[in-house]
Design a protein around this ligand. Structure first.
Ligand code: BES
Ligand code: ZN
Ligand code: ZN
Length: 504
């Protein structure tokens, strides 16, 4: 496998070990052999017994480089090969495959920083295909860079990874997945001033054309005609016209299940008239993460030609305090006839999502999953590593949670307790968009539930805590994580093969 990666500054090294600079370039000529092991569990991942490896590391006097989880030792044989020992257990609390992804990510970063040209990875022990795939994913994650706005671009370096086994590599799946991840991350990282609903619509149209997807674009006039007043109301304060996009993938051979994916696409969330505080407000350029993820998901599904019908619905608007902006207290009527009072203009995500949920019901979907950076409350509840999962279906919730676990994305099922729905009742309109305190993430999910067709299996994914990381998270250094994309692709895959899933 050959991969393009960037080349930048040299990495840190501990005092007491040989200086890194002395040897820099030294290992660039021949291949560097890689051994993966776990220091904590004393297990070897690549061939060789861990005991021998650990003993070898302890005994060696030829340490060329040492950091927390990487150690390079020169083996005194006729070639004097450098051997890299990678600890796969450095991070706490990760699933085993995610440890491998992280180890491979660190390995690739080290290689690109040190101009290593070839790395040789020996055969893996037990369940080797899954492990090899996880390693490949980690290597691919390391090559992402958002340098569009840097005047000095990353210098690309060619690194060759040689897998010393005879397993087939499913390059097509990997390629499809990572072009999806690149697409989602690039969209999410774009500044709000550039990425308006119109720009997203143009990009989606290009994708639809390339992959033969049907696309329907509704602008203000069509939204008004069809009663999609949530997107219209939120978008009113901005000069950048809102839009709803519906992309449809219809394969030749299909499955009884039909999935509709709905994404929150607030291209920038200022909070509207209920303006947000300035601190970290720039992060709200990522408030369209859900829309980017559903667009990327349908692209991956189409590229893999999965035998299942999928729709991606993007609810796009900019939330701004403009001249025509919605005011706190304003009331509008949703497509299903319910009247909504906008008590807080910053709780806009739920107002655009309900239009997407009602659109899903018109398309004949059996399952609908919405994904949204919806509430600060979910971040307070679950932090920045776990996404919130709400569902009216045991089967769908289980599939999503399992798909996530397999992908290195953690989800925690939250309650949809009707008792809390009482507080959403309004004195003037049928329903209001906030509650008086209480469990914010649950209230938001219960608000959405009011607009979900009762015959649909539905799940709501709140990714407000996990979508964007300013200081880096796992295989993301800064910015968009695309959290949720791998889960959604894996979920679609599972529904495309399993026809006997019971209804929850
Ligand atoms: N886009 C925000 C949610 C958010 C917060 C995303 C932090 C990412 C990080 C959403 O539109 C919002 O502002 N929600 C309010 C709702 C409140 C007014 C009921 C919130 O969570 O504070
Ligand atoms: Zn908001
Ligand atoms: Zn928002």
């Amino acid at each position: 496998m050959k991969k393009k990666t960037a080349n930048s500054k040299s990495s840190a090294h501990k005092k007491g070990t040989a200086s890194f600079k002395e040897h820099s370039g030294w290992w660039g000529d021949g291949p560097v052999f890689v051994f993966l092991y776990s220091k904590k569990t004393k297990k070897a991942i690549t061939n060789g017994t861990a005991k021998e490896i650990l003993q070898f590391i302890e005994d060696s006097e030829h340490v060329l480089h040492e950091s927390e989880a990487l150690r390079i030792i020169r083996i005194d044989n006729e070639y004097s090969h450098p051997v890299l020992f990678v600890d796969t257990g450095k991070e706490a609390g990760l699933d085993f495959l995610d440890h491998l992804r992280m180890a491979a990510y660190r390995l690739a970063k080290w290689a690109e920083n040190n101009s290593v040209k070839t790395l040789m990875i020996p055969p893996l022990v037990d369940d080797s295909e899954k492990k090899r795939d996880a390693i490949l994913q980690g290597l691919c994650h390391a090559s992402y860079a958002f340098d569009k706005y840097k005047s000095k671009k990353h210098k690309k370096a060619d690194i060759e990874y040689l897998f010393a086994d005879d397993m087939e590599i499913d390059g097509r799946s990997l390629q499809a997945m990572f072009s999806g991840i690149d697409l989602a991350k690039n969209l999410i990282n774009e500044p709000g001033g550039y990425l308006t609903p119109t720009i997203v619509a143009n990009i989606a149209q290009g994708i639809a054309q390339k992959y033969g997807l049907a696309i329907r674009v509704r602008r203000s006039k069509e939204l008004e005609k069809d009663g999609y007043n949530g997107i219209l109301t939120v978008g009113r304060g901005s000069q950048n016209e809102p839009a709803m996009l519906t992309l449809s993938y219809r394969p030749k051979y299909k499955n009884p299940s039909h999935l509709a994916l709905v994404g929150k696409g607030i291209t920038f969330d200022t909070g509207g008239i209920c303006l947000k505080p300035q601190d970290k407000m720039y992060e709200m350029k990522s408030d369209m993460s859900g829309a980017a993820i559903v667009l990327a998901t349908i692209q991956v599904v189409a590229e893999l030609k999965l035998p299942i019908e999928v729709d991606a619905i993007l609810c796009l608007a900019e939330n701004r305090p403009g001249e025509n902006a919605m005011l706190p207290g304003d009331i509008f009527k949703a497509k299903n006839g319910k009247t909504i009072m906008v008590e807080n203009t910053d709780a806009e995500g739920r107002l655009v999502l309900i239009d997407g949920l009602m659109e899903a019901a018109t398309l004949g979907a059996t399952h609908v999953i919405d994904i949204a950076t919806l509430t600060g409350a979910i971040q307070r509840a679950l932090g920045t590593s776990i996404g919130g999962l709400f569902s009216n279906s045991e089967g769908l919730a289980l599939t999503i949670a399992e798909a996530g676990a397999e992908s290195g994305e953690k989800w925690w099922r939250m309650p949809l307790d009707e008792e809390y729905a009482e507080d959403l009742k309004d004195k003037v309109a049928d329903i209001r968009n906030i509650t008086d305190g209480g469990p914010g993430a649950i209230s938001a999910a219960l608000f959405l539930k009011e607009f979900v067709d009762k015959n649909l299996e539905w799940a709501h994914l709140d990714i407000a805590g996990v979508a964007f990381s300013a200081k880096g998270y796992k295989y993301t250094e800064h910015g968009a994580t695309a959290f949720g994309l791998k889960t959604l692709v894996e979920t679609v895959k599972r529904y495309s093969v399993d026809e006997t899933r019971v209804r929850g």
